[in-house]
Write a protein that binds this ligand. Sequence first.
Ligand code: IMP
Ligand code: MG
Length: 332
Amino acid sequence: MASIIVVGGFFGDEGKGKIISYLAQKDKPAIVVRGGAGPNAGHTIQDDSKKYKVRMLPSGFLNKEAKLMIGPGVVINPDVLHKEIAEFDVAKRTFIDFNCGIIEKTHTEADSAGRLREKIGSTGSGTGPANADRAMRTLRLAKEIDSLKPYLADVTGEVNLALEHDRTVLVEGTQGTFLSLWHGTYPFVTSKDVTASGICADIGIGPKNVDDVMVVFKSYVTRVGEGLLENELDAKEVVRRGWSEVGTVTGRQRRAAEFDFKLAKRAIMLNSATQIGLTKLDVLFPDCAHKNSFEALSDQAKSFITKIEDATDVPVTLIGTGAGVNDIIDLR
Ligand code: IMP
Ligand code: MG
């Protein structure tokens, strides 16, 4: 059995998409399966020639052999899903669980105006209102939707069967630890628990069936929407440092701060992390761009990594050095 779960360590947008697409190609999983909230997530993936953005499908789709699955805890917007399936030509290997909840027009409308949008800064994707209806037991499920018939499967059963047969399963989380409904900066959080345990529950993977938990941190912290961001830099300083980013789903400017060691430590605890994936090292240290070995990094970059390992007591095993899927240092 080899299951690895990848989750965000800060407020989402840590670069999980890139880490997952690398692991999907390198580790050759039989299944890449998504837990997490819904199409409020936006993952950006880049291969040699092209940039891809996904909101519903697992970010591991660049591996053409892997089955792509979505667990029953994830709410689906069928329009977004159909569009991505067509765009990436993955109809034959996409499987969504019978019991995934369905986002309808009423949900996106409720999410695009009023308190959720204005106070919380929600993504407007309908994810929160759909999860509220799920809690009220009124939400429709995927098995009731005709257009989803070709993709319906017992994802929970398939994933557990694969694990029983020692196949590799790559489990993909969305958002980040401090956007968790239980463990985040409530009320400025998403509508689910998005720590490793929550992601496993979304799919139906029991707590003893996880081999590795990789928490992904970006080399600095960003946050979209409202809520506390300690030591937040002013917008001009963010631009000056070259840390300026725009949200994948919302197009909003992300707020930013320096790497937060205290927050990182807590994320390690909440997720029982065994490994750390560190992204965008090249943004912090431009001389590290596109490097593929630890030795090739500058002393400053090396000591930054050592400082993270010392503070968290967890090894940094993957280091992103550029946007491309192979701009990575693999120390596993
Ligand atoms: P909601 O999940 O759309 O309800 O948004 C709640 C909060 O979580 C807002 O501050 C969003 O900006 C944030 N959020 C939701 N999903 C993501 C994500 O994938 N990345 C970063 N922030 C997110
Ligand atoms: Mg994102």
